[in-house]
Design a protein around this ligand. Structure first.
Ligand SMILES: Cc1cc2nc3c(=O)[nH]c(=O)nc-3n(C[C@H](O)[C@H](O)[C@H](O)COP(=O)(O)OP(=O)(O)OC[C@H]3O[C@@H](n4cnc5c(N)ncnc54)[C@H](O)[C@@H]3O)c2cc1C
Length: 417
């Protein structure tokens, strides 16, 4: 693999940028693999990378029906934080956050991880109580989170309107300074490049249409639009399409798929220093390195596989943004789009073995799985390689829905970005 370094940049500048190589091999499917990962998003590509790097499994394919990163990985608003309420969630998301902190160096690829701080606004007594509870719970778990008064919140984020007469007046906020954003495409590309260098085949335009099982019920291969592939281990990381893929193995998942949308403005000079979220008003915003305001909205009220959301949902979000940040009222929006998010009953993910031997599933990240990408991939690779979960993802089993051991982050954040 061609490594990025200051010296390499100078060399390429001198040879007129002619010496850059393709970042990963465009592989054709082989007849069989030791493991097949279905879904070329950040979680799937990361899983293949950690399987190869940490567990020595090199004969792996990632099958992607479109292009890598073309699912939710390339459609999200890239908020990264780990200040979740319950012990299990805090352990999971902070494992991911710690990996984010070294990811660019690990992959030798700049994922533009920026710890600019995530400020979650409170607008009423209920919000305040919930966020103060989060602050205390997080501190007990060694996760940074602090309570700010409205004035402190404004000092941290000067464009914020804290006028008391607002419809949704700001009564304070919880700040995780280690939180921030990363460049979503770069995460997919960085994992793809590093995995490919370790021998992983990344196969785009290859839709999985069936999962084969042998007479004993074990996984024996997959059917794809580019032919059958034999394998004894299949990891499904298909986000909003998970229910469809798992049904190919005869499993019904506790998931609902909803459209979730986001939008970006015209680019402007740097003016917004952090990430701000409001679960109550249902809006979240940051500024990309290109200068666009990146704004996230809520899910549609109806389940759907359409990658676009209803207009009134984004209108509601923009009204809230204009109230919270009046200086953005005259900005023009450039693009909006949707992704299909897979939502579990307790709004926590599933990273687990399944009742079908050889079949593993990583899903249910809903509106908030980008932040977990490195941690989720690392733990899923462990689960596939050892055929048992890591202690961090053991609570995120499929069985919890039958046994009543829910990890109810739904109450903690109506949306979990
Ligand atoms: C608008 C929006 C905003 C969001 N904002 C945030 C945020 O700020 N912070 C955060 O943490 N999370 C956020 N999320 C959630 C986050 O994007 C996802 O949880 C995360 O990206 C999921 O990654 P993934 O790799 O599991 O899924 P994906 O990136 O969706 O990858 C799954 C892949 O599987 C492929 N696939 C599906 N079926 C098949 C098949 N049969 N055969 C082959 N391939 C198949 C798809 O094409 C897709 O590329 C947001 C999501 C959306 C839509």
């Amino acid at each position: 693999m061609q490594r990025f370094s200051a010296l390499a940049l100078i060399r390429r500048a001198l040879d007129g940028q002619a010496g850059w190589q393709a970042q990963w091999r465009d592989a054709a499917p082989k007849p069989g693999y030791d493991a097949v990962i279905i879904g070329g998003g950040g979680h799937g590509l990361g899983t293949a990378y950690y399987l190869a790097r940490k567990h020595g499994m090199r004969n792996i394919a990632v099958l992607e029906k479109g292009w890598i990163g073309g699912g939710n990985t390339g459609r999200n608003t890239t908020i990264i934080r780990s200040n979740y309420l319950f012990d299990e969630s805090a352990a999971l998301y902070d494992h991911a956050l710690k990996l984010w902190e070294g990811l660019s160096a690990d992959l030798n690829y700049n994922v533009m991880f920026s710890q600019r701080g995530v400020l979650m606004l409170a607008h009423n007594v209920h919000d305040e109580q919930v966020f103060r509870r989060h602050v205390h719970a997080n501190r007990l778990n060694g996760v940074d989170n602090e309570w700010l008064t409205p004035e402190q919140a404004k000092a941290f984020c000067p464009p914020l309107n804290i006028a008391p007469g607002m419809r949704h007046a700001v009564t304070g906020g919880a700040l995780q300074r280690r939180g921030g954003t990363a460049r979503h495409d770069a995460v997919a590309w960085g994992y793809a490049r590093a995995a490919s260098a370790l021998g992983v085949d990344i196969i785009q335009n290859c839709e999985v249409t069936g999962i084969d099982r042998d007479a004993a019920g074990r996984v024996s291969g997959v059917q794809t639009t580019r032919g059958p592939i034999a394998t004894k281990r299949v990891g499904v990381v298909a986000a909003g399409n998970t229910s469809v893929v798992m049904a190919m193995a005869g499993l019904r998942m506790p998931l609902e798929s909803f459209p979730l949308q986001a939008l970006v403005s015209e680019p402007v000079k740097p003016c917004f220093p952090c990430v701000v979220m409001s679960n109550t008003i249902h809006a979240y915003i940051s500024q990309s390195d290109k200068g666009e305001l990146v704004i996230g909205a809520g899910t549609d009220a109806y389940i759907s596989y359409s990658q676009r959301g209803a207009l009134h949902i984004s209108m509601h979000t923009l009204e809230a943004i204009c109230e919270l940040f009046p200086m953005f009222r005259r900005m023009r929006m450039l693009r909006n789009w949707g992704g299909i998010v897979d939502v579990t009953p307790d709004r926590s993910p599933i990273i687990a073995k399944t009742p079908v031997p050889g079949l593993y599933v990583n899903c249910g990240w809903g509106t908030g799985g980008f932040k977990a990408t490195p941690g989720s991939a690392d733990l899923f690779a462990h689960t596939i390689a050892r055929d048992e979960p890591h202690p961090i993802n053991a609570p995120f089993s499929l069985e919890r829905f039958a046994e009543g051991r829910l990890i109810d982050e739904a109450a903690a954040a109506a949306v979990a970005h």
